[in-house]
Structures are given as C-alpha cells and as structure tokens.
Design a protein around this ligand. Structure first.
Ligand code: ADP
Ligand code: MG
Length: 389
C-alpha cells in the first residue's frame, strides 16, 4: 500500500452499466469518491440505489464499465483475475450480510482458511494468530465449534475474525448487521470502531441510521449518484431525491475572513450549506451593537426562510476571523423555484425556520423554561435514511 498522503481509495468517474432484459441499466453514474486511511464510512441509500455495486467496485468483485478505481498504488483494472485474488487476499477483509462461514469447518478452521490461502504468515504462526483474533472478539470458547452451534451474532463476529486473518488494511462489509439483533449489531459496530482506531479503513453498507451514526463518515447514494455529504448532513429531513437535486443545483462560493455572507434584506442566495470554515450569526442589539448568537460549522445550513421569519431582529451572517469559508449556494430565484417543485421540502424547511427563529430572536417574555438547544446544533446526526422502510 502507498505511504504517500494520497487518499487510500480513489474512485474516479466510475460508471457501471448492466445489460438487462429490459435494456441497459446505469447502476453507477459517474462516482467520484475518496477514502482516507483510518476512515470509517457508512454507505447508505435505499434498496437498489447502487450500494452493493459500489462496494463491488472497491473489492474488485465487479469492474466499472468506465472510470478508474485505485487502491494504494494499484489500479484495479490493470490486474488479471489471479493477480486480483492475491491482492485481495492481502489487502481486503470482506464481510457479507450472510456470514458465509464454511459449515463443515470449526470456527478456528474457518479463521485459519484465509491464512492458508494468503500464505503471508508462516504456518507455525497461523493458529496462535487465529486464536488471538478469536480471543480479541470474545469467541475463544467457540473456537472448536461448528458454525451451526453459534448464534447469528456470534457467526457474524466469527466472519469478522476470518476477514481479519491476514491483517488487511481495508475492511469492507455489505450490510453486516442486516440479520443481527440491535445489541449484537452495536457490538459489531464497536468492533469496527476499534479497528478504525487501529488504522484500518472501513467501508460498511448499512440501512440502520443509528448504526451509521457510529461511523466517522456517511456517504449517501441515490439512483447511482452521490449526494453531497455536507448537504445530506445539513438537511436530513429531505428525501434522497431532493438532496440529490440540491447537490446538482448548488454551486460553491468562497467568502473571505470577516465578509458578510448575508443579512436581513440583503442576500443573493436562498440556501447556504457550509462546507468549510465557520460563520457567525449576529443580532443587531441596541445602539447598533452586534451580539453573537451562535457559530455555524461545516454541514450546517441557513436559508432566506429564516431571515423572513426573523425580519424584526436584524440578523447578520458573517465569516469568522479565523479564515475564509466555503459555502454551497442556491441563488434566490432557483431556491424559490425548487421550493415550488418540492412542497414537502418547503414544509420541512419552513417548520425548521420557525423553530430556529425562536433561537435567533428569543422573545424575552416567552422564554421557555428548559435550556434551549440550537435546532441546527443537535449533536445526534439525524440521518436521511430514516425515510427508508
Ligand atoms: P443496493 O445494494 O443499493 O440495494 P445494488 O447495487 O445491488 O443496490 O443494485 C443497484 C441496481 O443495479 C439495482 O437496480 C439492481 O437491480 C441493478 N443490478 C445490480 N446488479 C445487477 C446485475 N448483475 N445485473 C443487472 N442489474 C443489476
Ligand atoms: Mg445491496
């Protein structure tokens, strides 16, 4: 694997077209995506959106119709099948939804199998290493049992042990918790978290937004295209299709230190999503003094709907003193048009604008009893996948 500071995994303009009875089907439509070493990413999206196809591009189980997948120093399409098998055995641990342990081998033998294929560790080291992996995953007691004697959760954890047999730098798992109860699923996520902390790069597909929250990064795919991660994070109440549309409509702008991005009655975009840097929200107080309400961070948004809601309290959105900000913007006219075309999104954004207005411009006499939490600073990420089902 490369030791340079390039991303470990890089997909460049990856397309995948399947020939089906009904004609050609574009399952991936120009994916550009990178993963750094040690990143723990959840890939989310509705059923049929292209998640497994995307993972199969990374594992080399399937090939792009066009585009390039590079992992470390290798461009996967340059390898033939046998080179690929060797490379995969050394570099990838793969975990599937259905645990795929060999039923006639014990848990220990299942864990040894990739070591025997991979031939990386000397034979004498293999069994101690397999036992150590099982110990690490609390499966020592099960080493001599056949898979059928284990619960589903234990089998999945054994499958993780097996995927780690050759100490691969990358772990890829397609819905690894799909058949597990929620406690075991949490345990599996704990294990992935630990492995990421040890420097492994982990990609999992999951339908479960509460599990996805445990990863360090979430990638949302919709109809074979990626949703901008900051937009998905900022606007979790929108549908995947609406988020994808915004991804295509919004354009990046950079604002320098101290610049006013927008203020009441003077803004040239309708929707702003921060992708880098910080923006202060200030309120005009008495004697023209500005008081700080809060600071917006990447993955947060504001819109002119909030400025309409808070007309009387004169808000200013200004780049903080610690550097320029990058913002995805949707011009006012386009934002208005988009709202007309997406009434459900308009309702959601208006509701949240009304909620935020109470935070921006608290009414002294109607102050609520409990401490107020900024509606856009909620610590738990509410995932758009909650729409799944
Ligand atoms: P997900 O994992 O998100 O549920 P997939 O990546 O499995 O979705 O599939 C994405 C789309 O591509 C689906 O519409 C699926 O029917 C289609 N697809 C996947 N594999 C094939 C294949 N081998 N042949 C034809 N169509 C396929
Ligand atoms: Mg799938």
């Amino acid at each position: 694997m490369s030791t340079s500071d390039r991303p470990l995994i890089q997909l460049t303009n990856v397309h995948k077209t399947f020939n089906t009875a009904a004609g050609q089907y574009n399952a991936l439509k120009g994916i550009n995506l990178t993963f750094s070493q040690g990143e723990f990413t959840s890939i989310m999206g509705k059923s049929g959106s292209g998640k497994s196809t995307l993972l199969n591009m990374v594992t080399g189980i399937d090939h792009p119709t066009s585009g390039v997948v590079r992992i470390g120093d290798e461009e996967l399409h340059r390898m033939n099948e046998s080179q690929m098998a060797v490379w995969r055995g050394r570099n990838l641990g793969i975990v599937f939804q259905f645990f795929q342990l060999l039923p006639t081998l014990t848990i220990l033998e299942n864990t040894l199998l990739p070591m025997d294929y991979g031939n990386i560790y000397p034979p004498a080291e293999r069994e101690p290493r397999a036992l150590e992996l099982l110990r690490m995953l609390d499966l020592s007691d099960m080493a001599d049992k056949l898979p059928a004697a284990l619960s589903g959760g234990q089998q999945q954890i054994a499958a993780i042990a097996r995927s780690l047999a050759n100490d691969p730098p990358i772990l890829v798992a397609d819905e690894p918790t799909g058949n597990l109860d929620s406690r075991t699923a949490e345990r599996v996520l704990d294990i992935f978290n630990q492995l990421a902390l040890q420097g492994k790069t982990i990609l999992i597909v999951t339908h479960d937004s509460s599990l996805a929250r445990r990863s360090t990064r979430r990638v949302l795919i919709c109809d074979g295209e990626l949703v901008n991660e900051h937009i998905a994070h900022a606007l979790p109440s929108l549908s995947h299709v609406q988020l994808l549309k915004l991804t295509k409509l919004m354009t990046p702008r950079r604002y320098e230190t101290g610049v006013t991005v927008a203020r009441q009655g003077a803004l040239d975009a309708g929707l702003f999503v921060l992708t880098g840097g910080r923006v202060d929200i200030l309120r005009q107080g008495e004697a023209k003094s500005l008081s700080l309400i809060t600071t917006l961070l990447p993955g947060q948004y504001f819109s002119n709907l909030e400025l309409l809601e808070t007309e009387l309290c004169d808000l200013t959105f200004r780049v903080t003193s610690d550097g320029p900000v990058d913002i995805l913007c949707l011009p006012l006219a386009q934002f208005d048009q988009w709202l007309v075309e997406n009434p459900s999104a308009e309702n959601a954004l208006r509701r949240s604008a009304a909620e935020r207005s109470g935070f921006y411009c608290p009414q002294p006499r109607a102050r609520p009893q409990e401490p107020r939490v900024a509606p856009f600073l909620a610590t738990s990420y509410q995932d758009p996948l909650q729409q799944e089902g």
